[in-house]
Design a protein around this ligand. Structure first.
Ligand SMILES: [Zn+2]
Length: 148
């Protein structure tokens, strides 16, 4: 699943979480749940998917920055924590590309790999999820800003 979609779901989790620690933990859990839902994914090593992984990583990071800046200060920490938790498990990809290894214990990587339900033909679904997620995050953020 695109990391951008994990980030957007993490923002929504952050808005309903009671605090940053809960938001981070729920974000990590959401990553595994969403990776178990049928989604886009390529077969083969990450180096063969760089044409999608790099733009997705940049959009995901930009999304985190924009959502953090737009979120009212009283909710900012938990929303940022939700996004960070939701994206956390995908740190294995840039770490593998740049350093040659995953930062996580083997059992974590094995679980992350085992839950995947990927298909290379599901990119249109990923784009629809991203658009719906962005609209939902924008609506929740707007509502939170208006409620003072
Ligand atoms: Zn993942």
């Amino acid at each position: 699943m695109l990391v951008t979609n994990h980030v957007l779901s993490g923002a929504l989790i952050g808005h309903v979480a009671p605090g940053p620690a809960t938001a981070f933990g729920a974000g990590v859990l959401s990553h595994l749940v969403l990776d178990a839902v049928p989604h886009w994914g390529g077969r083969g090593p990450i180096r063969e998917l760089m044409h999608i992984a790099v733009p997705d990583g940049l959009v995901g990071a930009t999304t985190m920055a924009v959502v953090t800046a737009a979120t009212p200060s009283r909710r900012r920490a938990r929303v940022l924590a939700g996004m960070a938790g939701a994206a956390f498990l995908d740190l294995d990809k840039p770490s593998t590309v740049f350093f040659g290894f995953s930062p996580f214990p083997g059992a974590v990587d094995a679980l992350h790999g085992r839950v995947q339900r990927e298909s290379p033909g599901r990119m249109p679904q990923e784009v629809l999820v991203a658009v719906a997620g962005a609209l939902a995050v924008a609506a929740v953020t707007r509502r939170r800003r208006q409620s003072g």
